[in-house]
Design a protein around this ligand. Structure first.
Ligand code: PCA
Length: 203
């Protein structure tokens, strides 16, 4: 049994995606006896919809956690819900820009994260890390990833618990801007804490 972790590559004007760095750094690490396997996904609606169910079915992990960048948010945000909609204000890396489109025509309106989101926020705060629950993962590719993962788990009746965390900018992304950021070390610790909190809740 494993922990499956994904980050995203660059998109829009963001040449660095902290979620890619975090996913790659944590690949192969073991937490409470569970090994982390990481993938970096392209910021593509279509590739996420085709690749993510395959990856989840291949590993049938205990936990699946998706990571992405929410540039401008000041803290670690644990997403509560993914909605069945794709609505882009700018194209993805394939040049695709859906408007008011369902991710899965026959899917439910939304899926809730199955991670212990309140417990994760509490543990992060106890460790001095600014964190909160977010009630919207947006309508871009991160929301599609979270929805697709939870849908794949539901239709295949897997016991995987799954959810999504948005990370803020890294300091190096905002050196000439008045925008909030957190260090890579804080992000790495945040994801470790989120995963160990989830593992402890499974016991
Ligand atoms: N953030 C975007 C897509 C990829 C990423 O890292 C989002 O929040 O949808």
């Amino acid at each position: 049994m494993t922990i499956l972790l994904t980050g995203f590559g660059p998109f829009k004007k963001y040449k660095i995606n902290p979620s890619e760095k975090v996913a790659l750094k944590l690949n192969d690490e073991t937490l409470l006896g569970e090994k982390i396997i990481s993938y970096v996904l392209p910021v593509s609606y279509r590739k996420v919809i085709s690749q993510v169910p395959e990856i989840i079915l291949k590993h049938k992990p205990r936990i699946y956690l998706g990571l992405g960048l929410a540039g401008g948010r000041p803290n670690i945000t644990i997403e509560r819900v993914a909605i069945n909609i794709m609505d882009a204000s700018s194209p993805d890396v394939d040049g695709y820009k859906p408007s008011d489109k369902k991710i899965f025509a026959d899917g439910p309106a939304a899926y809730f994260s199955t991670l212990p989101i309140k417990a994760i926020v509490k543990k992060l705060r106890e460790n001095g890390i600014p964190a909160m629950i977010s009630n919207s993962a947006g309508t871009y590719v991160c929301n599609t990833l979270m929805y697709t993962a939870l849908h794949a788990i539901a239709v295949n009746k897997l016991s995987t618990v799954a959810g999504f965390i948005h990370l803020p900018f890294l300091p190096e992304q905002v050196v000439d801007k008045q925008l909030p950021s957190l260090s890579l070390d804080i992000m790495l610790d945040s994801v470790r804490i989120a995963l160990t909190t989830t593992l402890n809740h499974l016991e």
